[in-house]
Ligand binder design. Structure first.
Ligand SMILES: *Cc1c(COP(=O)(O)O)cnc(C)c1O
Length: 768
């Protein structure tokens, strides 16, 4: 940090109490002690902004631009206070006035500019980039209403606008605007900054672009709006329904808008610094987070050719040295392909460049499978990324291996050196310090502060594996977090939970591959057992949280089933002493921060080969939950770190699953026929009890899907899942051994710090 910036910040921090009092006087004409919680909140936002503005910006000759359609940011106030190093001080000042900083933090609205893991990863990365003091900027869009806010009505998901931009949000309008052309149609983009504080370090910026002519009043009921009014709608919602042509076109408008803003930002900074455009890769590295920002490649090439007089070959070479691509999934639906005629409609100016890129591929390679434009005139975004980036990475060891061996094998053979793995990570600031302060301070007391900046030092905790005092204290902290969560859920969802029960939690986007439906079938099985008098030793609480894409019908059906089961189970006097189910509404980062510290069993049960990495699994482990999971994504790495004793693994392995797809030999109905347990659970979905509480069409469709298709092979793993899960519940009663499992999970979580991930990106890809 420069002496000047750090000095100013130090002075502010030294006089923090006075600063707060002055701000209260200025804004509300009274001392802090007489302010309402809301007013104190506003005072804190102001003073935090002051601190951010005198913090040293991360700078350097070479910068990384992390371009992402999503940033699942989470609340910022408390996180900023922690990273700025003033959390304790502010807490103590407020405590003098009988105020609770945690309660005031609840007044913060969460900027939900993301959907799930991919967006949350982008935000964890920003935290680590700032913490490591790397010169980096996040580039994204300022979605006015985020993804959507989830509401349950009649046991179904309803969607509403998620309003988060308010006077107190940490979004700052800048004077920077760019013109973005869609053919001859011009719109104006304005840049907003969000300053991200590193932990005990400087700050870096997220650049969020908005459409100047955006019109919020376009949104009528729920989240419906005129999808063709691009000059008004472009930055309203992330991932609007794309089940029709207008929706597809809007996606391409959004993707080009993002890509064009990113390219213009890079070129503007090159110009301001008077750098030589021939040295672009020495000053700018672009990380393309999944395929959504892929148009940045032809756009940068176009700018160099049309405005900087480069030959197209020179431009292509330079841009390929600038760009790197992160693949996040092998699910076909997510590997975007756009019909050429859509691209022609939206951005005709890019068509000649995309064709030029494709032609070069055709000249160099015979294999039609590696072309950018296929025989049906569809443009494969990932193919463009792979040919014209200098690095292609997967997000967990298994995922990268699957990319090389199957999904992207043809490309791997062409470019073996481009492929590399960067196992995902999470920021320990938000996912330990912020969300679990009691565990964090106990670990600090026990291990010292070393692990704050070097997460692998958590390993020292292993020295206490046989220390009864430490084990009991870890269990006691877990218990406190469960009590707190139970209070919160009772208030929010109106469901009373027993904190002495086992908390079994599955929170993540609703998707068939993640197999919430398999967990539901287990719950049905348990319910029927209890009805028959086979009660568990200790009550069990099943907790879910998940949003489903509005156009994804089966995902809505699964939410419906869970809410129907919640109704049946929680109101059955014979059963509800032994088990309960709650599906929390509007699962988001703030909710995750409450659920994760209270979890005993972390459900990570995706069909092997389908979950690229997962990051929820890492957050749970760090907070002392034990994983029940398949050998998928980063679960594989968790397994090898903690060992067989400290994780519950079940299910077919990735190679077996891939073989089933290849041979098309999985028949779910066979599993149904051959197992009474499976039959009974599946049939319950359309039993009189469920139909009474639910919607016949939805429940019938879901059961039919499981019997006739079951694309993600739920029934294949169900029996083993039941067996292994029951064992986990039995083991939970061997209390000392279970506490040791908790301890080992926490101790081994250090590897999953996003600081490690970002160091790896920088070492192998960006080289800042
Ligand atoms: C971490 C996180 C995710 C990703 O969870 P997975 O279990 O890895 O899919 C999704 N949503 C939120 C709010 C998160 O915090």
């Amino acid at each position: 940090m420069s002496k000047h910036a750090s000095l100013q910040r130090d002075i502010l921090i030294l006089n923090l109490e006075q600063q707060l009092e002055n701000a209260a006087k200025k804004q509300f004409g009274k001392p802090l002690a007489r302010c309402t919680d809301k007013q104190i909140y506003q005072v804190l936002v102001g003073v935090t902004n002051d601190l951010l503005s005198v913090s040293e910006p991360c700078a350097g000759e070479k910068k990384v631009y992390y371009i992402s359609m999503e940033f699942l940011i989470g609340r910022l106030l408390i996180n900023n206070l922690i990273n700025l190093g003033v959390y304790e001080k502010v807490r103590a000042i407020l405590e003098k006035h009988g105020r609770d900083l945690a309660e005031i933090g609840e007044l913060d609205t969460e900027p939900s500019l993301g959907n799930g893991g991919l967006g949350r990863l982008a935000s964890c990365f920003m935290d680590s980039i700032a913490t490591l003091g790397l010169a980096g900027e996040g580039v994204g869009l300022a979605w006015h209403f985020g993804l959507f806010k989830q509401i349950f009505k009649n046991r179904e998901q309803r969607t509403a606008k998620d309003v988060w931009m308010n006077a107190d949000s940490f979004l700052r309008r800048t004077d920077t605007t760019f013109d973005v052309f869609f053919g001859k149609k011009k719109v104006t983009a304005r840049m907003y900054d969000m300053v991200i504080a590193g932990y005990d370090s400087g700050v870096c910026k997220m650049r969020l672009f908005d459409l100047e002519s955006v019109d919020e009043s376009l949104v009528k009921r729920g989240i419906t709006f005129d999808k063709t009014a691009v000059k008004k709608n472009l930055t309203l919602f992330l991932y609007p329904d794309d089940s029709d042509e207008a929706g597809n076109l809007l996606r391409i408008y959004q993707e080009y808008f993002l890509s064009s803003c990113a390219a213009q930002l890079i070129m503007q900074q090159m110009r301001e610094q008077q750098y030589d455009y021939h040295k672009l890769p020495e000053h700018a590295q672009v990380q393309i987070n999944d395929t959504h920002p892929s148009l940045v490649i032809p756009e940068l090439i176009r700018i160099l050719v049309e405005h900087k007089a480069f030959s197209i070959d020179e431009a292509i070479d330079l841009v390929s040295d600038v760009c790197s691509y992160t693949n996040h999934t092998i699910l076909a639906e997510a590997l975007e392909t756009w019909p050429m005629r859509y691209i022609k409609k939206v951005v005709p100016q890019l068509v000649p460049y995309i064709r030029a890129l494709d032609e070069r591929v055709r000249i160099r390679f015979d294999n039609p499978k590696v072309r950018i434009i296929d025989s049906k005139q569809r443009v494969h975004m990932a193919h463009m990324d792979i040919h014209y980036s200098h690095s292609v990475n997967g997000v967990a060891a298994l995922h990268t291996e699957i990319l090389k061996k199957t999904e992207l094998r043809d490309f791997y053979e062409l470019y073996p050196k481009k492929f590399n793995n960067k196992t995902n990570g999470i920021t320990f600031r938000r996912w330990l310090m912020l969300c679990n302060p009691e565990l964090f301070s106990y670990l600090t007391e026990l291990l010292g502060k070393g692990f704050h900046k070097n997460a692998t030092k958590l390993k020292k905790l292993l020295d206490y594996e046989n220390d009864k005092k430490v084990l009991d204290r870890l269990a006691q902290i877990k218990q406190h977090n469960k009590v707190k969560l139970a209070e919160y859920i009772e208030e929010k969802e109106g469901v009373a939970l027993n904190p002495d029960s086992v908390f079994d939690i599955q929170i993540k986007r609703m998707h068939e591959y993640k197999r919430q439906q398999m967990n539901a079938l287990y719950i049905i099985h348990k319910y029927l057992e209890i009805r028959r008098g086979k009660t568990p030793k200790r009550p069990i609480t099943f907790i879910f949280g998940a949003k489903a894409a509005p156009a994804y019908v089966i995902a809505q059906d699964i939410i419906h089933l869970l809410l129907v089961l919640q109704e049946i189970i929680n109101n059955d006097p014979k059963v509800n002493k032994h088990m309960k189910l709650v599906m929390v509404e509007n699962y988001n980062v703030s909710y995750a921060e409450k659920l994760i510290p209270a979890c005993d069993i972390s459900e990570q049960i995706s069909l092997a080969s389908k979950e690229a990495s997962g990051t929820g699994n890492m957050k749970f482990m760090l907070n002392g939950a034990v994983t029940l999971g398949t050998e998928d994504g980063a679960n594989v790495e968790i397994h090898s770190l903690v060992g067989d004793e400290n994780i519950y693994i079940f299910g077919k392995r990735a190679d077996e699953v891939i073989a089933h797809y290849k041979n098309a030999d999985y028949v779910s109905r066979d599993f149904y026929r051959n197992s009474k347990v499976i039959r009974e659970a599946v049939d319950f979905i359309t039993s009189a009890k469920c139909l009474k509480a639910g919607n016949k069409k939805r429940l019938t469709r879901l059961r039919d899907e499981l019997l006739n298709k079951d694309w993600f092979m739920t029934l294949l793993d169900l029996e083993e899942y039941i067996r292994v899960k029951d064992k986990a519940f039995r083991d939970y009663e061997k209390r000392t051994a279970w506490k040791q499992k908790m301890l080992v999970n926490i101790a081994e979580a250090g590897y999953f710090s996003s600081d490690r991930t970002i160091r790896d990106y920088n070492r192998d890809i960006w080289r800042l």
